[in-house]
Structure formats: structure tokens, C-alpha cells
Write a protein that binds this ligand. Sequence first.
Ligand SMILES: C[S@@+](CC[C@H](N)C(=O)[O-])C[C@H]1O[C@@H](n2cnc3c(N)ncnc32)[C@H](O)[C@@H]1O
Length: 204
Amino acid sequence: MSSMVQDPESYFRQFIPKRPPILEKMEAEAVLESIPIVGPVVGELLFLLAKISGAARILEFGTASGYSAVYLGNAARDVGGKVISLESDAERAVEAVSHIREAGLEEFVEVRCSDAIQAVAEMNGPFDMVFLDIEKRDYAALLPHCTRIVRKGGLLIADNVCFADADPFNQLLFRDENWRAVHLYAFLPMHSPERDGLGVALRL
Ligand SMILES: C[S@@+](CC[C@H](N)C(=O)[O-])C[C@H]1O[C@@H](n2cnc3c(N)ncnc32)[C@H](O)[C@@H]1O
């Protein structure tokens, strides 16, 4: 039987996907401004999941400076779709709009400066894909809304499910008959933090 690679966390850093200068600039700013972004591995995963599922209508909770929104926006652009991204911090929302314009995605990503929990109560689906990346303690309250607005066959992706505050959400999602879900614990280079979990679920 083949042996495992030595020091997998160093080994897997060579596979961090290449990305355009705008995303590298946002990564540098995120370090300077202490913005917890998903980084290029999870960003690429979001892009791939959106592409594989053909997601056109995408909802993001937690824009920050727009880093993950750029990955999702690139996938939405390819199918003439749209990302709506919710951010409660007005300064961050302005920063995100500027980055999204710089990435040439203003037609495909709409940043709404609002509290996601209040805003989602007023929103209707169907969405093909939802990405959760706000305060982890709020994920559980968002789950019934996700069930309501994600179409059958649509995707729910939740970041940072290794945070203790995400436990109520993890427990609910795992037992919810509306979703077929897996919780992944992984090493995610340049993600904040690098050892964390992702929830991936299909709406049944
Ligand atoms: C982890 S960051 C998002 C990172 C972003 N998804 C990325 O990877 O580029 C979380 C963001 O959610 C925002 N946020 C927290 N609670 C929120 C809420 N209730 N509604 C909207 N935004 C919220 C914060 O201001 C912060 O910018």
C-alpha cells in the first residue's frame, strides 16, 4: 500500500489555485484589514460547485470586501445569472461594490447593505445556491429560510462549521429531512482559519 505524503499541510500548499490580480489584491487587503475571507481554495470550490450545479440565482450571507462574491459572480456570469450578497457593515459593503466593479462583475453581483436575518425574512426564492458566511451563531436561525427559498435540487454551503457557535446549525442540518448534507473538516490553505469545516447540503 502506498504511504501518505509527508507533511500534507506543506504539500497541499502547492495546489493553491491561481487567481487574477484583483483577488490577490483583495487577499493582501484582507490581511491588512483583518477581514476573514474564504481564500483561494474555498473560493475555487464555491466557483466549481456553482458551475457544476449550473447555479444562476445565488444568495450570499456575509459579503465582507466581496472576495467570495467575486468567485460566485464569475460562475453566475457564465450562465447569465446573478448573485445577491448581503452585508450589514456599510463600509465593507462600499468596499465590496468597488472590488466587484474592478472585477468587471457589477452586472452579475448585487451587494445589499442590510442585516441578513431581517432581509431574508422578506425574500422569496427560488435560489439555486446559498452561501452562509455571517456570525456562526445565526446560522441555525437562517436554516428554515434556506429551506424556504432554495429550490429542490439546490445547494446550501456553510462556511466555518468547525466554530463552536455553528454546532446548533450543524445538528439541525444533519437531522433535517429537507436536506441531504455532509460536514467536512479539512485543511484549507489561506482560508480563515486554515483548519475548519464546510457544510455542503442538497435541498431534497
Ligand atoms: C466572514 S466575513 C465574510 C467573508 C466573505 N464571505 C468572503 O469570504 O470574502 C463575515 C461578514 O458578515 C458580515 N455580517 C455579520 N453578521 C451579519 C448579518 N447579520 N447580516 C449581514 N452581514 C453580516 C460581517 O460584517 C462580515 O463582513
